[in-house]
Design a protein around this ligand. Structure first.
Ligand code: FAD
Length: 427
């Protein structure tokens, strides 16, 4: 950093969103300081699916080969009914890669975060741990953050990438998280432990069932098997404080097909993730403090786009800052406010669609009774190579509102179909 060690940008939070943003800005020449609350940088959890709208960005950063070496490029994404196990529909991921120009991959969260951490180190990002930010203020020439120990840091721009329970979001927006009453259990086990089970090692498989679903795929070159079990918690519906217990997990999957039930005993039982999101908001920019990643748009994870949106955010912000260099001042500093306005103008709308579509996807996945059978019939009729549901999300990341796919009038069939009706091809 330059005079008095002041960086150009302070990034609060060193998760995948914060680190990828730090790298995106540093590779274009900005001086970046990351402030992370934890004692070390690390991720909790197991696998992440990263679709072409993410691997495209990794390719531009020169990080895709490393991701390929650490992850897996699966063959198909297969959706099955969790009760009878039958195939409902699938995505041919080789064909998908041809269409979008970049692979659909799965990778361990720790590995993806490690890729960004090393990239940040190479790009000279200052990476500081044990720094808890408790306050944000705008200042004449930027913004300042207040740390828990009373220290103050300033910069022309502060990026708040402090996650679902963001302090910045609480102070600047003041809304609450929204509980879906669903909970996730995760597991990553050596592949040998599931070899006797009826698994498809080369695919991402999603079993959708009444009030539950189950995801399986191999990670780390196929050596590790990742599973996610998600269900609606009766305890949450009853208003209990301690909801989503392991007993509820067993009960939720008791009626599912053999393959799903074989997987349940392998789930980690000492940790669970209550599925929370927030309602979309229109304003992410507050003076020189800007929200990014889950702090701005935490989704339910049904579209597997949360981390991806965070990565796209940093890419878009960095591109707009680069465009604004020297436009407001004769020196090399960007027109920060113009870049922030451009970032907000395009990202808010895209992320709103992902958040609302993810909620609708969840409803569709978890149907029971006749609606379940109707869904199954519709999904079985889908052409495997119909990409009208994925173009708007897996296609190139928009830099301006003009590049966003157009909105079509919703078809009034069901809430799920209404949201999906937005999913139209770009051309
Ligand atoms: P976080 O990862 O929450 O990082 C926030 C960071 O800020 C943390 O390091 C935290 O310690 C730090 N911090 C917090 N408060 C402070 C403070 N006051 N001061 C300083 N530092 C602070 N996404 C996908 O793209 N694909 C998937 O397949 C996928 N699957 C998922 C499955 C499940 C079960 C879940 C729960 C989520 C899934 N997601 C997926 C979503 C994804 O995990 C998140 O959207 C993503 O990790 C958000 O990244 P982030 O950096 O914005 O926030």
């Amino acid at each position: 950093p330059g005079p008095a060690g002041r960086p150009d940008v302070l990034v609060v939070g060193g998760g995948i969103g914060g680190l990828s943003c730090a790298y995106a800005l540093a590779r274009r020449g900005s001086r970046i300081r990351v402030l992370e609350r934890a004692r070390e940088f690390g991720e909790v959890g197991a696998g992440l699916q990263i679709a072409p709208n993410c691997t495209r960005v990794l390719a531009e950063y020169g990080l895709l080969d490393e991701a390929r070496a650490l992850g897996v490029v699966p063959r198909d994404m297969v959706m099955r009914d969790a009760l009878d196990g039958r195939v409902l529909t699938r995505l041919d991921l080789r064909d998908l890669e041809r269409r979008y120009g970049h692979p659909y991959m799965v990778i361990h969260r720790t590995d993806l975060q490690g890729i960004f951490l090393r990239a940040c180190e190479r790009a000279g990002v200052e990476l500081l741990t044990d720094r808890t930010v408790v306050g944000y203020e705008n200042a004449e020439d930027g913004a300042r953050v207040v740390l828990a120990d009373g220290r103050v840091e300033t910069a022309p721009l502060v990026v708040a990438a402090d996650g679902l329970h963001s302090v910045a979001r609480r102070l600047l927006v003041g809304d609450d998280v929204v509980s879906s009453d669903y909970v996730a259990y995760r597991a990553a086990v050596p592949i040998e432990r599931v070899r006797g089970n009826d698994i498809a090692e080369k695919d991402v498989t999603v079993y959708v069932g009444p009030r539950c679903h189950f995801v399986q795929y191999a990670l780390r070159g196929g050596e590790v098997f990742n599973q996610v079990a998600v269900f609606e918690s009766p305890g949450a519906l009853a208003g209990e404080a301690d909801w989503g217990t392991p007993e509820e997990l067993d009960a939720a999957f008791a009626g599912t097909c053999d393959t799903v039930r074989q997987g349940i005993p392998l789930m980690w039982r000492d940790r669970r993730w209550q599925m929370l999101d927030r309602d979309p908001i229109d304003t992410w920019v507050h003076g020189r403090v800007v929200l990014l990643g889950d702090a701005a748009h935490p989704p339910l994870q049904y579209m597997a786009q949360g981390a991806i949106m965070a990565i796209e955010d940093g890419w878009v912000l960095a591109a707009h800052l680069a465009r604004q260099v020297g436009t407001a001042t004769p020196d090399a500093s960007p027109d920060w406010d113009a870049a922030l306005a451009a970032y907000e103008a395009v990202r808010v709308e895209h992320c709103r669609r992902v958040q609302t579509t993810a909620r609708a996807w969840g409803e569709l996945w978890h149907l029971d009774g006749t609606p379940r059978l109707q869904r199954n019939a519709l999904l079985r009729a889908r052409d495997v190579h119909d990409y009208s549901f994925t173009d708007w999300v897996y296609g190139p990341t928009a830099l301006t509102p003009d590049e966003l796919p157009p909105m079509f009038a919703p078809i009034p069939l069901s809430s799920a179909v209404v949201e999906d009706a937005e999913a139209v091809p770009r051309s």
